[in-house]
Design a protein around this ligand. Structure first.
Ligand SMILES: Cc1ncc(COP(=O)(O)O)c(C=O)c1O
Length: 1001
């Protein structure tokens, strides 16, 4: 007969007092304690010591009691702080003396244990720090037990051993309630599926196996600290993780919040005693199994001892807890435990995340429109957010949103990932874990019903389901995507598309293969999509957690950290600018208003609808709503906006030193050397300044110093800078709005028409006239002629062959200096070499450069001949506070390296030629395009009337940035960062084609 089938011993108080006196020599008063198989008695000696006397069941195996005594001695030696009570020896020196009951022939082993001071866990208020302390205590206990071994501890048939769970499976039939029985049977099924196959591989050690709230003693003065555990009756060898699982089972019985309790317990435990991923993975299954065992055993014993309430005392809470656990996704609980235990949520999950990030780099748009460049609004479903008052009535919400998007001119509106949505309080979002599932796990893309939805990646259809319950997803697609080869994994990841129209239910089949960009569905309307304003719920999953056809779209706030591993940010695939998900309260209107207060009105702003640009990357700019614009007009951020190499070089040097040229520094010398090497040999000396204007101003001073003259010949419609002296030599300024006309010392040489009809002598004649006029005016001719090698402000005009060469030579022959202004067109923009004057065959005495030189950092330069530099050194110091400082030099060096290493000059030539060819082909259809011209990535499209400006506005609305130039602003100028790609050229072309088709007269 087993000890379970044998009645609990029943010695009277008088008998007990007598035997305690006889065996231990202690006079003590006795009072009964509860016990399910031992008779337990509290004793208080006449001298005040407290003990617990345990009179074992007659069927108890004495060798197990000896094992417990041995174990207590071991634990006391290895970790005395565990507070494990060691048995008091009898007068004859025995740890486990034997007694015989009067009225039965059974012998009973007796143990006298010092009473452990403190309070039963069962009698203390439950707090998370207490649970964490229990976890840490059990971790210490596990560690101490790991160094204990005894053959007696191997109890393969011990009924309470969790490793032997299926030993009590037959008792399930004793559970009277059929629903409870089914619940328990489900748990056995899960156990066999999820735990059994792994048991052999788990770490083993001697286990305590009974951390329940009547065996854990908390400190008397601190209910959050563990004093000790008592009752080692269930000690047995088994899977190490079982002790934690058993404690978890008992603690969950009265836990309000399953996740918080489990997190506290596991994290406390692993902080002391790390667990292996598999142990954590099955922790909740083992905990549930412990509850199942307790229900099975008590149900079985209830048959034989119908009067023993203690047997069934824990059954009701155990069943209630099992029902809660049964309602939660068990694979999620595995992920949760693994995550809290410090492991990846499933084997290979980090690789899956890496392949999602990598796949995102080449993902296609989710919708029929390009969501990156689409104009966007941002919506929120938090309490108090705009429109929140309509959320309860989704048709009203739809109207509100449609109006809001029309007002903001947006094509889509976004609802954010991980938003804690107060609106998710309905029944569907309640969780048995203790919180409601209010945190949104996808991204919502609100767009008109009927807009097409596309797979962003190659895919296989996993499921197409109509989840048609109210407020569910409606038609839902789940796709699988293979890991990317080379990323070290082939494990799939998944994407989910919810709230679709009904069509996909017919057109897609599980198993169907799809190519990136294939249309899979349309956005559904409120009548079919679960009852929501039309939108796509897009979500990415690293695991389906065993779910089929549907998947969690929201989670409990306390477990967001785990869900982030299961449903990572969908934007890894969507690739939207981060600004798309943050509301910026300071929009363009507010900034414009403030700017008009604080800044001078002569500053202009691009576009009728000005842009607030907040970030740049490569050839792209991003506005405050995250809308991506293709920048086709910024020739300053030459090697790409926010070029990482340039930014790093600049930041690195700024973190070390930034001074001026009065101190010696290598950077300026190395850079000068590199820069001069790109220029013709006659240009040997370099000066650094901070802007193109400063460079031209210095060039004029040098020319005047070297020649002792004042007059300047300038090319018509030229612009050379913003200083008083440079406005004087810039017809683009002095002959246009606000200008005061030509000054006497300035002579204008003709700018050949774009398609120069006349031979160059016709234009050179005007240079000659300038020389003569200058001689006339002051007797000795011009100090200099200044000209851009390709005219920028003049309308992207490429000068006819030989013009610049001859014009410069004429001025040089007349004793003047030739200044090539390469501020716009230098550094390889025109695709034929570093400097455009070289292509023109010109041989200037001074070259000025700026704009692209620092990729946006203010650095510019003047290169000249030794003769001119020496003449300039007439005793007056040339000092420039900033010019040539180490930061500018480090920055400019990095720009030069980027141009060289990325072969951007050849790239500009190739992409520019391609683009120009495409524009020319298009222009054949539109007589309003008068000319297409340029070199490399410096292109002009001359149009009639206001067409150029109209196209620029059209393109801005389509997220393409352009502008116009030329004397009458009729030329669309195209001069993008040099990293502009063929694909970018195609994007631009698509919009230009559309624009001309719409707007051309
Ligand atoms: C040809 C040319 N030279 C000089 C300048 C003046 O340069 P910055 O604006 O750096 O003073 C400009 C500016 O647009 C320019 O286009």
């Amino acid at each position: 007969m087993s000890e379970f089938a044998t009645p609990v011993p029943a010695f009277s108080d008088a008998e007990i007092q007598k035997l305690v006196r006889e065996i231990y020599g202690i006079d003590a008063a006795a009072s009964a304690l509860v016990g399910d198989r031992d008779q337990n008695v509290a004793l208080k000696s006449s001298t005040g010591e407290k003990y617990v006397l345990k009179i074992a069941n007659a069927a108890e195996d004495v060798s197990i009691l000896a094992l417990q005594a041995e174990l207590a001695d071991h634990l006391a030696a290895v970790d005395p702080s565990l507070g494990i009570a060691q048995a008091v020896k009898s007068l004859s020196g025995a740890s486990i003396p034997q007694i015989t009951a009067k009225d039965t022939d059974g012998t009973h082993a007796v143990r006298l244990l010092p009473f452990v001071e403190g309070q039963l866990l069962a009698h203390t208020p439950r707090t998370l720090s207490q649970v964490r302390a229990i976890g840490a205590y059990l971790g210490r206990l596990t560690r101490a037990l790991q160094s204990f071994g005894s053959p007696v501890a191997h109890r393969p048939d011990f009924m309470w051993s969790l490793d032997n769970a299926t030993g009590v499976e037959s008792f399930a039939g004793d559970i009277l309630d059929p629903a409870d029985r089914a619940l328990v049977e489900r748990e056995f099924f899960r156990y066999k599926l999820r735990c059994k196959p792994h048991l052999q591989g788990l770490r083993k050690s001697v286990l305590y196996q009974d951390a329940n709230d009547h065996n854990i003693i908390m400190q008397a003065d601190d209910p959050d600290s563990v004093a000790a555990v008592i009752d080692f009756g269930d000690v047995a060898y088994g899977s190490t993780v079982n002790d934690l699982a058993i404690a978890l089972a008992y603690l969950l019985l009265d836990a309000d919040d399953i996740y918080a309790t489990a997190r506290a317990l596991i994290s406390g435990y692993v902080g002391v005693c790390p667990l292996q991923p598999k142990e954590l993975e099955i922790l909740f299954d083992l905990a549930a199994m412990r509850l199942v065992m307790s229900v099975c055993i008590s149900s079985n014993r209830a048959k034989d001892f119908p009067d023993n309430d203690y047997l069934t005392i824990s059954q009701a809470p155990a069943l209630a807890c099992l029902r809660r656990l049964d309602s939660l996704n068990r694979e999620f609980l595995s992920c949760f435990a693994r995550h809290v235990g410090g492991c990846e949520i499933f084997d290979g999950q980090r690789n899956v995340l890496a392949s999602i990030r990598s796949a995102g780099k080449s993902a296609r748009s989710l919708l029929g429109i390009d969501i990156q460049s689409a104009a966007k609004s941002l919506v929120s479903m938090r309490e108090g957010a705009r429109g929140a008052e309509y959320i309860e009535d989704q048709s009203q919400y739809t109207s509100w949103l449609t109006e809001c998007m029309a007002r903001e001119g947006s094509e889509i509106a976004l609802g954010t990932y991980l938003e804690d949505r107060t609106c998710y309080q309905m029944d569907q979002f309640q969780s048995e874990a203790g919180e409601s599932r209010s945190v949104h796990l996808g991204v919502d893309v609100f767009a008109p019903a009927g807009m097409s939805v596309h797979t962003p990646l190659d895919a296989t259809v996993v499921s197409v389901t109509n989840n048609d319950a109210a407020l569910d997803y409606g038609p839902t697609i789940i796709l699988a995507h293979n890991g990317i080869p080379g990323e070290g994994t082939k494990q799939p990841f998944y994407t989910l598309y919810g709230h679709l129209s009904l069509t996909c239910l017919k057109t897609l089949k599980p198993g169907q293969k799809l190519a990136a960009g294939d249309k899979i569905a349309e956005i559904g309307d409120i009548s079919v999509n679960g009852g929501w304003a039309p939108h796509l719920h897009f979500q990415v999953m690293t695991s389906l957690l065993g779910e089929e056809g549907n998947f969690f779209g929201a989670c409990e706030p306390s477990v967001v950290d785990v869900w982030q591993q299961i449903t990572p940010d969908p934007n890894f695939i969507m690739g939207l600018a981060p600004e798309s998900f943050k509301y910026d309260p300071l929009g363009p209107d507010q900034l414009l208003e403030e700017r008009s207060q604080l800044m001078g009105p002569s500053l202009s702003v691009s576009y009728d609808k000005p842009l607030k640009i907040v970030r740049g990357k490569g050839a792209y700019l991003y506005d405050h709503t995250g809308r991506q614009y293709l920048d086709c007009v910024n020739n300053i951020c030459h090697v790409g906006h926010a070029n990482p190499r340039v930014v790093t070089a600049m930041a690195k040097q700024a973190a070390i030193l930034n001074t001026n040229t009065r101190y010696l520094h290598e950077t300026i010398l190395t850079y000068s050397d590199r820069l001069l090497a790109t220029l013709p040999d006659n240009l040997e000396v370099i000066y650094f300044v901070c802007s193109g204007s400063e460079a031209n101003e210095l060039a004029l001073r040098m020319a005047r110093n070297a020649t002792g003259r004042e007059d300047i010949i300038t090319l018509d419609w030229g612009y050379h800078g913003n200083t008083a002296g440079l406005i004087d030599i810039s017809p683009y300024k002095f002959n246009r709005k606000g200008g005061t006309g030509r000054k006497d010392h300035v002579h204008i040489a003709k700018l050949p028409e774009a398609q120069a009809a006349e031979p160059i002598d016709h234009y050179l004649e005007s240079v000659q006239q300038g020389i003569l006029a200058s001689i006339d005016r002051c007797g000795d001719g011009p100090a200099a002629m200044i000209a851009e090698s390709i005219s920028g402000c003049g309308g992207q005009v490429v000068l006819p062959d030989g013009y610049l060469k001859s014009a410069f030579e004429m001025v040089q022959r007349a004793g003047g200096v030739a200044i090539a202004d390469e501020v716009q067109v230098g550094f390889g923009r025109t695709g034929k070499g570093m400097w455009s004057f070289v292509e023109q065959g010109a041989r200037p005495d001074i070259v000025t450069m700026g704009k692209p030189m620092g990729n946006g950092h203010p650095v510019a330069a003047v290169a000249t001949t030794r003769r001119i530099a020496d003449a300039f050194a007439n005793g007056m110091e040339y000092f420039n506070s900033f010019g040539g400082n180490p930061v500018s030099m480090a920055t400019a060096s990095a720009v030069l390296s980027e141009i060289e290493d990325k072969q951007l000059i050849a790239h500009a030539d190739a992409v520019g030629s391609y683009l120009m060819d495409e524009i020319r082909k298009m222009s054949a259809e539109y007589p309003a395009i008068m000319d297409v011209r340029g070199r490399g990535l410096f292109i002009g499209v001359e149009c009639t009337g206001t067409l150029g400006g109209d196209i620029v506005s059209f393109a801005r609305d389509r997220a393409i940035l352009l502008s116009t130039d030329g004397p009458h602003n009729t030329v669309i100028k195209i001069k993008p960062p040099m990293v502009f790609s063929y694909a970018d050229a195609d994007t631009l072309m698509a919009v230009l084609k559309d624009g001309f088709a719409h707007l051309s007269p």
